[in-house]
Design a protein around this ligand. Sequence first.
Ligand code: SF4
Length: 339
Amino acid sequence: MPDAAVPEHPASESTASATAIAVEGLKVHFRTFAGRVRAVDGVDLNVKIGAFHGIVGESGCGKTTLARTIVGLQSPTAGQVRILGRDRAKWQSQDRMSFARTVQFIFQDPLGSMSRRQSVQQTMEEPLRIHGKGDARERRRKIKELLDLVALPVSVLDRLPRSLSGGQRQRVSIARALALNPEVLICDEPLSALDVSVRAQIVNLFARLQAQLNLTIIIVAHDLAIVREVCSAVTVMYLGRVAEEGAARPLFADPAHPYSQALLSAVPSPDPRIEEARSRVLLEGDPPSPLDPPAGCRFSTRCPVAVCECRSIEPTLRSVRHGGRAACHLADESRHPIL
Ligand code: SF4
């Protein structure tokens, strides 16, 4: 069995480039009785190899649909996804096994993604068996290595998933995702089903694994405090579009988009001086329906600093002073800060 830290599949054609995931012009629309839901509506995303990339935004902003489309759990209406330089759709249709060895998805609800009748041992052994990895003894050894990696005792092996705590279940799902030595992990709200006290432990586990195994991780989250803690890059989504993106630390220190500013103003700071000076920006109302997004800037119906042009001209992503980009007419040097 190969060491868990060393991917056993050959480097793909483009690992020399620094891009792990490139999403271009992605649209995911759903037809419903009420009309066309534009869940993702023209998103470009670039995730560097070895990045820990957070995708954040309110519920319904399209972040989960984007993550699911990246791994092929959802079909795009338009646009393209490339992973490690390869067209994701072609890769999956031509060599599903190789794709599964390279890219793994972690679900929000670990219990829902496991068979309730299978023990942890069976759950973890399944991908190894399907991919023909080792004999029974080698697989047992590998499973123990994986348990070690996620800090679980071997005593969990005989247990059923429902008898584990939420944190233990998520550790099992992470261990299973790592069984085939993937290069890319896409995690859909992996912390939302967990108690607050356990979230920090799982976040720290992701951070350790990312560094130890040199993984590229995308994490979809609504908890900005967590993203601020561990992510190297962040994409803020609003109503199916990217509102702002950039390296996490500078963006969190100096957000350019009013929506990001409002989201971040709700995050308590561990620094008592910053916390004391923190002023909260309250957004009024809910996001508009993705069935009928507003004309111009999609945030214009809730933006506290909207001007006339915001209601007729849609802003494109432009460079801002934290080094990333924001889709806001006012997010340039001369008119910043907005709030
Ligand atoms: Fe607000 Fe206008 Fe910027 Fe949109 S473009 S975020 S409405 S200021």
